[in-house]
Design a protein around this ligand. Structure first.
Ligand code: RB5
Length: 146
C-alpha cells in the first residue's frame, strides 16, 4: 500500500497522483486534504509518515506547494527518509542510495506529467544496498541518539 497526502498547495497534483496510482492498479490510502482549503502541512505529513514508519504503507508521497515543508515534518518521524525531488536523476538516486521511503513533491513547482514521471521512478527503483547501508546505519544512529 502507498500512503499519500497533501496540503492545499499540493491538492490538485495529489488528485492526479491518486488517479495515476489507480490506473496502475496500485493500492493507496489518501490522508487528505480533501479540498483546496488551507490546512497546515504538518497535520498531513504526520499520519502519512506514521503509516510508512509502522509498515502499514510501503512508501509515501507528500505534496505541498514546494514539497519542502512536508519533507521537514516527515523527517521528524523515526524511520522516515523523505526527500524533495525536482528532477529524474535525484529521484532515481535517492532510491538507489538513500532508500528514501517518502517522496515529497511541489505542486507549485512541477508540471503534472513531469511529477507523474518522478512518481513512477520512485516506485520502480530499488535500493542498491551495499556500501550505502553503513551510511544509513549512521543516520539511524543519529536518530537514536538525539
Ligand atoms: C502553503 O502556502 C505552503 O507554505 C506549503 O504548501 C508548502 O509549500 C510549505 O513548504
Amino acid at each position: 500500500m502507498i500512503a499519500i497526502g497533501s496540503d492545499h498547495g499540493g491538492y490538485e497534483l495529489a488528485q492526479k497522483i491518486c488517479k495515476h496510482l489507480e490506473e496502475k492498479g496500485l493500492e493507496y490510502k489518501y490522508f487528505g486534504t480533501y479540498n483546496g482549503e488551507k490546512v497546515d502541512y504538518p497535520d498531513i505529513a504526520l499520519p502519512v509518515a506514521k503509516s510508512v514508519s509502522c509498515g502499514e504503507a510501503e512508501k509515501g508521497f507528500l505534496i505541498c506547494g514546494t514539497g519542502i515543508g512536508m519533507s521537514i515534518a516527515a523527517n521528524k518521524v523515526k524511520g522516515i527518509r523523505a526527500a524533495v525531488c525536482t528532477d529524474h536523476f535525484s529521484t532515481k538516486f535517492t532510491r538507489l542510495h538513500n532508500d528514501t521511503n517518502i517522496l515529497c513533491l511541489g505542486g507549485r513547482v512541477l508540471g503534472d506529467l513531469f511529477a507523474l514521471e518522478l512518481v513512477d521512478i520512485f516506485l520502480e527503483t530499488e535500493y542498491e544496498g551495499g556500501r550505502h547501508q553503513a551510511r544509513l546505519d549512521k543516520i539511524k544512529q543519529i536518530e537514536d541518539e538525539n
